[in-house]
Structures are given as structure tokens and as C-alpha cells.
Write a protein of this length. Sequence first.
Length: 313
Amino acid sequence: MKVDIIVPCYNEEQVLPLFFSACEEVIRKIPSYEFRYLFIDDGSKDTTPLILKNYAKQHPYVYYISFSRNFGKEAAMYAGLTHATGDYALILDADLQHPPTLIPEMLKAMEEGYDCCTAIRNRAGDPKLRTWFSQRFYRLMNRISDVKLKDGAGDFRLMNRKMIDAVLSLEEVSRFSKGIFSYVGFRNKEISYENVERAAGTTKWSFFKLFRYALDGITSFSTFPLKCAAFLGSFFSLFAFVYLIVLVIKTLVTGIDVPGYASTIALILLLGGLILLCLGIVGEYLAKIYKEVKRRPVYLIGESHLPNENDVI
């Protein structure tokens, strides 16, 4: 059985030697499987591409793809799954926050008949504010969308060919892999592991990027924000209609009343803010439709060394 280890990389020159050594130590103890590395260089600015080229020259089971620019981790995972030809595909981060020591246990789950094995991370050690926001996001997603996401379940998972093909059949450009993995279903086994700090280097995920990623997830798998916009519009329209009737009756009974300046400005600002909010929500969905309609490629390859190629492009 062949296992393709997909490793997205972005400026990982400091940690790549540590990762490769740790991974090699684990897979050499599993002789019943044939392992291949597929590194995806997501437009790194450091020496990551050079390191991957050297690995490919030294080891016949190491392959790589270098993007023409930075397209993001979602594109890197999609490229890895697209070019994976093994019986199984394992997505593994290069920063060693996904412990390679879990690989034997994940393979055992596949031998038990599961289609996927997902590693669930314990958030111990994470910043409290980040943990709080993450937990709120997962609770919100599970309430407003059809897909169910497990708190702590990231991209660290092993999939068989059946599930890989199902994931690739969803050809959307704006990808949210956590939701896609849940959407396709199949038998999944969860294993837990303790949170691990980066072995070297710095994280590429800022708070803003995580927030943007969360919005992408919500708009990819839920229309709840649009329903909220419709509800707010209906509620305030009804409120305005009732208030109009009250004003007419009051004018007929007591005469014309001079309205207050402050209340008028407050209502204008409130309604104007709600209109802009609803337009922003609609705009998020229109932006996704705009991207899908153009059908631009998820990624562009600048250089690669793949199993079906005789030499480096």
C-alpha cells in the first residue's frame, strides 16, 4: 500500500530539516507501507524551494511542487491531493505541530476499515483569547450549517483513495477544506493528541488571517448570514410600517408634533448602518460567486518534480 505524505510549506527553511528527520525516523519503522513525500512550496521567499530540490535529488521518493506565487494553504492541500496517486494521502504540516509519531496509529485506523482518520488537537497552551474565538467559531458553524466541525480537528488527517476522489470532485475555487472533509462524509475515526509548539520558525497565521478564514468557512457552508439580513430587513420594515400608522393616528388626534432632532439622526444612522451591514453580507456571497464564475485555477505551478515526470520542469 502506498501512502503519499502531503506537506504544505511556506517559508519553512528553519524547520524542514527537523521535520524530514523526524518523519523519516517514524516511517522507516513501518516496512509494510511504501511512503512518498509530496512537498508543496506555496511561493516561499526563503530557501525552502532549494531545500526541497536537494531532498528530491538525494531521495527518489521525495517530490515537490513550487507555486508561481503564494496561493495559500488551501490551494497547497488541493494541489497535493490532486497529484497524490497513492492508496492513502496524509496531510501533514511541516512545523511539527502535527506529530509524525501518530502515523502508525492512523494507519491502524485505516486497517480497521475507516475511510479517514482525523487527529484532534488539545488546545492546551494556546493563547486564551484565540482559544475563545476558535471555540465560538466551531459552535456557530455547527449551529448554522449542515456540516459538523469538531473543535480541534484541523487538516492533519489520513484518507483513503475513495475519500480523496470525493474531495477532489468538489471543484470549487474558494475552498474551505475542513468543511469539505465533513461534507463528503465517509467513516471517520478521531484520535486525540496534545498541543505541540512549532519546532522552529514563526506561525504564518495572524489573527486577521484566521478571522478571514473563519468568514470564508461560514459563507462557504451556510446561508445563515443572508437569512439574518432578510430577517433584519423584514423586522425593521414592519417596525417602520407600524410606526407610520401610529404617527398618522397621533397626527389626526393631537395635531402635528415637531419631531426631535436627536431621535431622527439616531434612526437614520441605525437604519443606514443596517443597510450597509446587509449589503456587506450580500457582497461576501457575490464575491464568492464572482470567483467561481471566472473559474481561475486554484494554483499555478512554477516548478515541479512529480512521479510521472522524467525531469524537473
